[in-house]
Structures are given as C-alpha cells and as structure tokens.
Write a protein that binds this ligand. Structure first.
Ligand SMILES: O=C(O)CCC(=O)C(=O)O
Ligand SMILES: [Fe+2]
Length: 385
C-alpha cells in the first residue's frame, strides 16, 4: 500500500502530538519530549565540572535541581549556554513529573498568574458578542444541525470550516500573546511550550485564559461536536488544552504529521499576514491503525484564512506546511472527553470513523458473502448431481 506521509513523505508515528521522528518517545501528556539517545543523561556525574548558578531562575523546579542535574548532562552539553542547558534539563524533568501535576501544574500556573499583568482584561471573560461574528452566534443560538450547516462548509468528510472570530478579537488576542511573550523574555521565566512539536507558542490556559476557554468549549464547541462528532465523545467534551502556535521567521517553520491528544480540535487562524502554512490532512485512524498508509481519497489540503475556524477529529491525521513568509498565529483548542476515553478502552471496532477499521470491516463482509455464495453453489451442485 502506498503511503503519503504528508509533505515529508515520512511514515507517521503518532501519539498525543508526540514528535514522529525516529527518536520519538511515546508518552501520555502533551508535554512529553523526544530525547535523542546521544543526549541521554550520564549515570555518574562529571565531578570536575563546575555547574552554573540557577538562583535567579524562574521555573517550576527549584534552582538546586538544575545545579545538581547539570553534572549528569552529556559531555557535549556541558559547555553550551545556560539557557540551552536549562531548556534541556527542564524538558527531562518534566517527563518525570506525576501526570497529575503536569496536567494541572498548579504551582507553575500560580507563579505566572500572580506575576503576569494582562494587557486586555476583556479577553479573560467570555463575551460572545464582541468575540464572535454574528453568523456564528446565530447558528449557536439556534442550535440545530441545519443552523450549523448554514454557516459551515465541509470541504472534506469530517473537516468543517466556518467564520468564527471578529477581526478585533483576533488582534487583541495576538497582542495579549505578544505581551505575555515580552514578559517571559524580560523575566526569563521558563515557560512550557504547547506540545513537544513546537518550540514557540504559548499555553493560554497557563496565563489566565482557562476559564474563558472552558466556556468556549462548553457553550460553543460542544453543541457543534454533539452533532458532527458524536461517536468520538463530541457530546461529552469535558476538558481542554488551549494554546497558540506561531510560525514564520524566528518561529517554528512547519509542523510534522501527527494526531492530536484530543477528541475534537478547534484550529482558528488569528493572523497576521503570511504565505504557506497550509494544513494537510491524511485520513482518520484509531490507535491500532495510526501508522497505516493513506488512500488517495483521504488527501486534503486546507489554506488558513484569518478569523476562520477549522474543526476536526483529533484522530484526523494532519500537519502544517512551512510558513514561507510573514507570521502566522493560530489558536488551538484540543477538546477531550473523559467518558469517551474510558469507553474506548473496551472498544475494538472504530469503523464509524477510522478509515482502516472501515476497510477491514468491508473486506470481512465481502469475504463472508463470497464464502456464502460458494457454499450455496456447492450445495446446489450436490442437489442436482
Ligand atoms: O499549524 C496549524 O495550523 C496546526 C497546528 C496543530 O495541528 C496542532 O497544534 O495540533
Ligand atoms: Fe494538530
């Protein structure tokens, strides 16, 4: 079977937005990190090495952890800049936090929220009339499949696009993110990036926007998902991961082929001006079939338009091509359902949405019909003999 592995042609190894590279490490949080084997920690520390001081460092982890861990770093890392050492060590340390802390990371968030001064306070509580375009609001208020379909296009099965945010909301959110990044740079606060595949971008939930995004999911995305994504828990979405990704010069270039750690993903382009950055989709797959090849009818590319949303299943394999010029910022809301995740453990057949389960099921049906026909012919032959 031929495989169309996105722009790179590389086979997709997927899981929770973990990088697909050959060194990809499987993990169960969006913050897990792929570690290259040559960059492993040494069992015994280098006693001759004098570690940097980290007392001024603003991080979830205490400065003494960094000083102690530094001696264990691979020899090639000992001489690099302090910021790079911090990044390397923090990524390793994050892998070993209990999942609960990584999920909630209350203390880390608390540190940010108590020190960061928001620029546009009006973004921090949900205000539908100033956030959304009227057509979107009307469709949500009417709350029927017909009203949703009236504002949406479905350019490819399972991928919905629609006008969502006012240009002014997009401008404010971009400006808030820029303000947050300025604060991060000034204070040298070590922030966690949205997932292992991004070196830039910010987790909106971490600097105070969690409640607003919770409302966005509950009151606006869940009603739509209940209609279009029922079989993956669309009606029971109950948690989210909200962040922005940034591409262009001095930012990430592209995003590799992956699936999201979500049941339903909302991806809205906030701006600014850019060329390139198209999303490429390559069919929906369950865990078992995530690395199987792509069929021609599953290939779909989408060009981002500022203000416009794309809504798709998290298991719809995708990636983003390089942003060739300009600066692209997108808002991502990974929406999850704990009920669906629990039920999924006992389910083997995902043929209602997984392209490969569906093909296997059809093939089984075809084979059993063929066997039945053969048996009928045989019996007919016997009775006429
Ligand atoms: O860059 C994009 O538009 C895609 C981002 C994405 O797929 C993700 O962050 O999960
Ligand atoms: Fe994604």
């Amino acid at each position: 079977m031929s495989l169309h592995g996105g722009s790179s042609g590389a086979p997709p190894a997927v899981g929770n937005a973990i990088s697909y590279g050959g060194n990809g490490v499987s993990a169960d949080t969006s913050r897990a990190v792929a570690i290259v084997s040559s960059q492993r920690l040494r069992l015994t520390p280098n006693k001759d090495h004098q570690p940097d001081t980290y007392d001024d460092l603003q991080s979830y982890f205490s400065p003494s952890i960094f000083s102690s861990l530094e001696g264990h770093m691979p020899p090639s890392m000992l001489g690099v800049a302090r910021d790079d050492k911090v990044k390397f060590m923090q990524e390793i340390l994050l892998k070993y936090l209990p999942p609960k802390i990584v999920k909630g990371h209350g203390e880390y968030k608390q540190k940010i929220i108590s020190n960061y001064q928001p620029l546009h306070r009006e973004l921090y509580s949900m205000n539908p009339t100033s956030f959304f375009v009227p057509s979107f609001l009307k469709a949500i208020n009417d709350n029927t499949e017909q009203s949703f379909r009236s504002i949406m296009s479905e350019p490819h099965p399972g991928i919905f696009t629609f006008e969502m945010f006012h240009p002014h909301f997009c401008e404010l959110l971009i400006s808030e993110v820029e303000n947050f990044e300025k604060w991060v740079n000034e204070t040298k606060f070590q922030i966690m990036r949205p997932n292992t595949m991004n070196s830039y971008g910010a987790v909106l939930d971490d600097f105070g926007l969690e409640t607003m995004l919770e409302k966005l999911m509950e009151n606006f995305i869940r009603p739509i998902s209940k209609v279009f994504f029922t079989e993956v828990g669309g009606a029971t979405l109950d948690s989210h991961h909200g962040f922005v990704v940034e591409y262009g010069k001095d930012r990430d270039a592209d995003l590799g082929f992956h699936v999201d750690d979500s049941e339903v993903t909302l991806n809205v382009c906030l701006g600014k001006q850019f060329s390139g950055g198209e999303l490429f989709f390559r069919g929906m797959r369950c865990d078992k079939h995530v690395n199987t090849g792509t069929h021609s009818e599953e290939i779909f590319d989408y060009c981002h338009v500022p203000g416009r949303a794309v809504l798709h299943r998290g298991r719809h394999r995708h990636g983003a091509r390089a942003t060739i010029s300009g600066h692209r910022i997108n808002l991502l809301l990974w929406c999850r359902s704990s009920v669906y995740r629990e039920m999924k453990k006992y389910q083997k057949d995902f043929s209602t949405w997984c392209g490969e389960c569906n093909r296997e099921k059809k093939e089984k049906q075809r084979a059993s019909i063929a066997a039945m026909k053969l048996e009928l012919f045989r019996r007919e032959g016997e009775s006429t003999a």
